[in-house]
Write a protein that binds this ligand. Structure first.
Ligand code: TNX
Length: 520
């Protein structure tokens, strides 16, 4: 490796300032960094920034938390000094500043300028700075290098990155109903998602097999409905306090949690807890299997709407998201007219609590208004119907974006009703054009759902989610003209140190040249 000798004086905080030191820095190339999702513009240069203990971080008002997140990220290795320095022109260190005019108006746009003396980050918002921080984390080396300096130095490749996403909605869904996932397991997933700039986590909180969120005015939902799951395990649920903490934890990582209460179908657990809600005409019994489409609420009973009002009211009080997901899928035993009446009436309840409806694509067949979002998973004509109603569409095509589909016939977890989704197939498609007849302005974004019939813990979740979720993160962030499978493969292989360091149980896709065994 070639080395450059760079002479410069360090502004050293404290009394015992060392004399100017020659630093032996490797020549690095910013374009070689393991950047996923790929940023819009990367312009490498020959500079190298020498990060070390004592590097200062200065920030404009509003960016204290992102500065502290950078400090915490590096704390095991080096101690940064946080503070305010007014004039970056004369100073060295890291600076987080409000964006200037060279960036688009996108709320998540940021710029990184890495030079010999400083790393300047310009951000449109604290959220943008958080996205920029993830990019910086991907650039920072894992280990210090040997220099002539008496202290460890982490060399950072120089250059300029300008970046913003193509979609404002880059999400994933976790089904915590078929199997329950503890708050700790969800938080671990959130940490991993944030690194790849995912910004929405949709939680599927109720289904036939279990009800997972405390509703104080209907306590049996969790007391009875929370005790079951697929396979007969113990189930579980989030208290409202636990849910609030999850929302807060996610929001510190600039991820918004969207709650889903699936209705009028997928409601067996609620009907077991409160038979008055049941519209099937048969006695509801706890269900531990994986069939779908056999349950329905009693759509013509006022009690049911009182129930939904209570549920939406209580969840809205602890869910700051402007969205509320009502499910609406596979209501095979609800009569068509009843289904329409139901979804339309529920939109009214959501509006009362200032929430915007999202539902699976079937909701586009009803008379709801254009503020609702249809999540396309199955029927293209539903997506087009949504556009005719001037609704936004969220893309989750099962054949391409379902994280619970097996990679191939050898997959140890997963289903295959929509086919196998190996990594190359997960990456090589275009959300921009997948459904014919949907103009770009109607596409809200991309969400990759993870249904949990076959998984019940973090290791199994990670096997299905990783590395495919990294592919979806790039599909949602990086525009089509910049996406190339060969480039992605190389950058994904370089995620291995991050995944190993975090003990992620990722699937070793044969498409990727992983290094042998675990990385240090
Ligand atoms: C279909 S996708 C479902 C879920 C299942 C999933 C399994 C959708 C809206 N409904 O109830 O869990 O398939 O892949």
């Amino acid at each position: 490796m070639k080395y450059l000798i760079i002479l410069f004086s360090l502004v050293w905080i404290g009394s015992c300032s060392p004399a100017p030191q020659p630093l032996l820095l490797p020549e690095l190339d910013l374009a070689e960094s393991p950047l996923v999702p790929l940023p819009r513009e990367i312009a490498p240069n020959a500079n190298t920034f020498a990060l070390h203990s004592g590097t200062s971080v200065s920030f404009d008002p509003g960016y204290a938390s992102v500065a502290r997140q950078l400090e915490a990220y590096l704390a095991a290795n080096l101690k940064l000094t946080l503070g305010q320095q007014e004039e970056e022109r004369y100073a060295t260190g890291i600076f987080i500043r409000d964006a200037h005019d060279s960036l688009p108006a996108n709320e998540e746009a940021y710029e990184l300028r890495i030079g010999t003396d400083s790393i300047l980050m310009y951000a449109r918002s604290p959220e943008a700075a958080f996205r920029g921080l993830q990019t910086l984390k991907q650039i920072l080396p894992l280990k210090p290098i040997d220099t002539l300096a008496a202290y460890p130095v982490w060399p950072v490749p120089g250059g300029d990155i300008k970046d913003w996403p193509q979609f404002g909605y880059r999400g994933t869904m976790l089904d915590v109903s078929r199997h329950f996932f503890t708050p700790e397991e969800v938080m671990r997933y959130i940490d991993l998602l944030a690194y790849y700039k995912i910004n929405y986590l949709h939680l599927h909180l109720s289904d036939d097999q279990g009800w997972r969120i405390e509703i104080k005015s209907w306590p049996n939902l969790t007391k009875i409905g929370g005790k079951t799951e697929v396979g007969g395990g113990p189930g579980g649920y989030y208290t409202q306090e636990e849910f609030s903490k999850l929302v807060e934890y996610a929001s510190e990582r600039h991820i918004e949690i969207i709650p889903e209460i699936d209705m009028p179908g997928h409601t067996n657990a609620a009907a077991v807890a409160y038979p008055v809600l049941n519209g099937t005409g048969k006695t509801a019994r706890p269900y531990h299997g994986t069939r779908v489409g056999f349950s329905t609420l009693a759509t013509r009973k006022d009690t049911v709407y009182q129930f939904i009002d209570d549920v939406v009211r209580e969840i809205s009080a602890i869910s700051p998201s402007s969205f509320f997901h009502i499910g609406g899928d596979e209501s095979h035993v609800t009569r068509d007219a009843d289904y329409k009446y139901f979804v339309e009436r529920v939109q009214g309840i959501l509006k009362k609590y200032d929430k915007r409806m999202i539902g699976w694509d079937e909701i586009a067949t009803t008379g709801i208004d254009s503020t609702a979002v249809a999540q396309f998973w199955n029927r293209e004509e539903h997506a087009r119907q949504a556009v005719e109603k001037n609704m936004q569409v969220l893309l989750s095509p099962a054949k391409k974006a379902y994280l619970d589909m097996k990679y191939d016939s050898l997959s140890v977890h997963g289903l295959d009703w929509a086919g196998h989704i190996p990594l190359d197939s997960a990456y090589q498609w275009s959300p921009e054009t997948y459904v014919k007849g949907i103009p770009g302005e109607h596409i809200l974004g991309l969400e990759a759902p993870l249904w949990s019939e076959t998984i019940s813990n973090s290791a199994e979740l990670e096997y299905l989610a990783f590395p495919r979720i990294i592919a979806y993160a790039e599909l949602a962030w990086t525009p089509e003209q910049d996406r190339h499978w060969e480039s992605f493969k190389t950058r994904l292989a370089k995620q291995q140190p991050f995944l190993d360091r975090n003990q992620v149980n990722y699937y070793r896709s044969p498409a990727i040249q992983w290094s042998q065994g675990k990385t240090p």
